[in-house]
Structures are given as structure tokens and as C-alpha cells.
Design a protein around this ligand. Structure first.
Ligand code: SF4
Ligand code: F3S
Length: 106
């Protein structure tokens, strides 16, 4: 499955949901998660993310490994999202900021 990683936090552009044929995205307050149950590994979402936050699970760096389980867990509790919505007003300011996991709201 593909995995949403740290740089989505506080960016949440949602461009990814527009292209997903499997409706695999789930929405939290400031992050999206992909359900590995729904994801068909098509790869369409990866190039759509302006934050380059979507990674195939086999390509996760050691630092990104925790996001595999995190996506699976969060997708079980968050509501499905299938339509693009406006990103936070300060999304561009957070794009690329390091160590954003501390800001993840669940
Ligand atoms: Fe959806 Fe395809 Fe991305 Fe999986 S890889 S989340 S099926 S767009
Ligand atoms: Fe997040 Fe990128 Fe989608 S920032 S909401 S994974 S387009």
C-alpha cells in the first residue's frame, strides 16, 4: 500500500483524494491517512501531493517506517474523504518543516 508520511501534517492539501480510484483516504484534523485495506497500490496519488508526502510502503525511509502502522490505525477511526477541500491557510508555510509529528492531531 501507499502511505501518507510526516510532511502531510499541517499541509493537508487533499489533492490526493481526487485521483484515488479506491476511496482509500481518511481524514483527521490536520493529516490524511491511507487505509492499506482499501489501497490497490495504483500509485496515482503519489505525484499529486504538493508536499511529496505519499510514499509506497517498500520505499519508506527508516525515519518514515512508523507511518505505516500509523496510517493503518488512523484510517480505522477517521471518516472517509473523497472530495478535495481547501488546504489550511498556512499550509505552504508548513510544507517542508522538519519534525512535524509532534503536531499530529488525532
Ligand atoms: Fe488510492 Fe492508488 Fe493512492 Fe492507493 S495508491 S491511496 S489506491 S490513489
Ligand atoms: Fe496530505 Fe499531500 Fe494529500 S499534503 S492531504 S497527502 S495531497
Amino acid at each position: 500500500a501507499f502511505v501518507v508520511t510526516e510532511n502531510c501534517i499541517k499541509c493537508k492539501y487533499t489533492d490526493c483524494v481526487a485521483v484515488c480510484p479506491a476511496d482509500a483516504f481518511y481524514e483527521g484534523p490536520n493529516f490524511l491517512a491511507i487505509s492499506p485495506i482499501d489501497c490497490i497500490d495504483c500509485g496515482l496519488c503519489e505525484p499529486e501531493c504538493p508536499a511529496n508526502a505519499i510514499v509506497q510502503e517498500d520505499d519508506l525511509t527508516p525515519e518514515q517506517q512508523d507511518f505505516l502502522a500509523l496510517n493503518e490505525e488512523l484510517a480505522l477511526t477517521w471518516p472517509n474523504i473523497t472530495e478535495v477541500k481547501d488546504a489550511p491557510a498556512d499550509a505552504d508555510e508548513w510544507n517542508g518543516v522538519a519534525d512535524k509529528l509532534q503536531y499530529l492531531e488525532t
